[in-house]
Structure formats: C-alpha cells, structure tokens
Ligand binder design. Structure first.
Ligand code: MG
Length: 263
C-alpha cells in the first residue's frame, strides 16, 4: 500500500517537473511567429461599384453583344435579343438555352436579371429562367440556381428564386418587384471526381440575392433534377448556361454578367 502511494507520488512529482521544464524551455510565442508574408495576393482594381467588374474579371456580357455565348443545343451563335444594354430570352422555337463559350471550374459570378413588369402566370410559370452554374449537358440537367418571379408568387420553396433547384431552399426571400433589376453573386465550388468517376468532393454554392445571403456554402447532392433524386456525374470544366424556360409568361432579361475564375 505504502509502495503504491509513494509510487504515485513519484509519478506526480516527475510529471510536475517535466511540465515545469517544458514551460521553461518552450520559446515564448511571438506575434511574428504567425505572420505570413508570401504569397502576396494579386493587386486588382475593384469596380467603381460592387456591381462593376473588377480588373481581373472575365466580362461575359457588357450589354453590347453575345460574343461570349452560344446555343446550348448546337453551339451555333446565341440567338437571344440584345438591345439597350440588355439581353432577353428568345422564346422562338428551336432557340432555347444559351451557354458561355468558355468553360469554368471554380469561380465567382455576378449576374443581374429582371422579370418584366407585365409578367403573367403563376408559380413556376411566372418568369421562370435559371442560371446553370455548370452546364454539363447535353442530356444532363446540370446545376441550376433558379430564376423566377418570387415577389408575392407562391411555389414550392426549393424552386423559388434563390433556390438551388429542388435542393437548396433560400435562407430568406429578398426578391424585388417585377420590372426591377435583381442580382445574384455566386461562389461556385465545382465537384471533383476520382479517376473512376466516383465523387471525390461535392459541389458547394454560396449565393447572395440582391446582396443578401440566401445560400451559405450549400452542399449540393448532385445535379438539380426536376424529377427524382439528385446524383453526380463526373465532369471537369463546364460552361455557365442561361435558361429559356418554355413557360407562357413574358421573357426575362439579363445584364452585367462577369466571372472571376478561382484557381
Ligand atoms: Mg428555372
């Protein structure tokens, strides 16, 4: 019994000595130990406002032409309308969705859109369009950030404006009235895949809708399917696509679209 107690005391004493020595010998932390000087972040020039493209952005639409866009179906020149600095969906049969000529992986995107003041219809048939953050088609659904009139227009909440379609319900609804310009600022982290095509890391989307956070590093479950459970399908880089939805309401417009690739 005595032996055991004295042994325990010895162990305790040794432990305190070791702790004391460690405390004495460890160099005192200095603020500069955790200062990092390199690599230096590149200097860029911000836009005059937060809506204007900064100097390192790729401008996808500056109001003049659709040079950065093609038909999503056959990659022929995009046939949407351009007038007064704005592009508008062309709902003529056979025109359809348009997508960027360029392909992207991870990026920051700014895009502005407007529901016509004279919009008609209800639910999903009221100003339906979409920004496909990765257009992995043809034949795939891709990854859609919903565009819709969500100002006093009820629909399923995972399909309203600001939703990652059928997956991510927006945190709030900051929609403006039809006829007013609205904006999305998106950070897209593309999914990555193993050599055998299986998912390595999922896609994430952070979305500000009219400057308000509506998707906070939202983890996608796969492509944004209208029917069925989402699933991933391997891809590397993809265009950004805008939806010409076949609903009967007036076509919606876009302007001031720019992207910054994140390396
Ligand atoms: Mg849509």
């Amino acid at each position: 019994m005595h032996t055991r107690i004295s042994h325990a005391l010895t162990v305790a004493a040794l432990a305190s000595v070791v702790a004391l020595l460690a405390a004495q010998e460890a160099p005192k932390p200095k603020a500069e130990d955790t200062d990092v000087w390199e690599p230096v972040p590149p200097v860029i020039t911000p836009g005059a406002t937060n809506e204007d493209p900064p100097s390192d952005a790729i401008v996808l639409f500056d109001g003049k032409n659709l040079d950065e866009w093609v038909s999503a179906q056959d990659h022929t020149p995009a046939q949407w309308f351009v007038a007064n600095g704005v592009m508008t969906v062309n709902k003529a049969p056979g025109v359809g969705n348009i997508e960027t000529k360029r392909r992207f992986r991870d990026y920051q995107l700014h895009i502005e859109w407007k529901i016509p003041a004279d919009i008609t219809g209800s639910g999903q048939a009221r100003g339906n369009s979409g920004v496909f953050l990765a257009s992995t088609g043809p034949g795939d659904d891709g990854y859609e950030l919903q565009v819709l009139d969500s100002y006093n227009n009820s629909t399923y909440v995972n399909g309203q404006a600001g939703a990652i379609y059928k997956q991510g319900i927006p945190l709030v609804n900051p929609a403006r009235k039809p006829g007013e310009w609205q904006s999305y600022d998106v950070v897209w982290t593309a999914p990555t895949f193993n050599a055998d095509g299986s998912l390595k890391t999922p896609a994430y989307a952070t979305v500000f809708f009219n400057g308000v956070l509506v998707q906070n590093h939202f983890e996608l479950q796969g492509q944004t399917l209208n029917v069925g459970k989402p699933f991933y399908k391997a891809y590397d880089t993809a265009p950004i696509k805008l939806q010409a939805h076949g609903d009967k309401s007036e076509p919606i417009s876009f302007r001031n679209i720019w992207v910054r690739e994140l390396k």
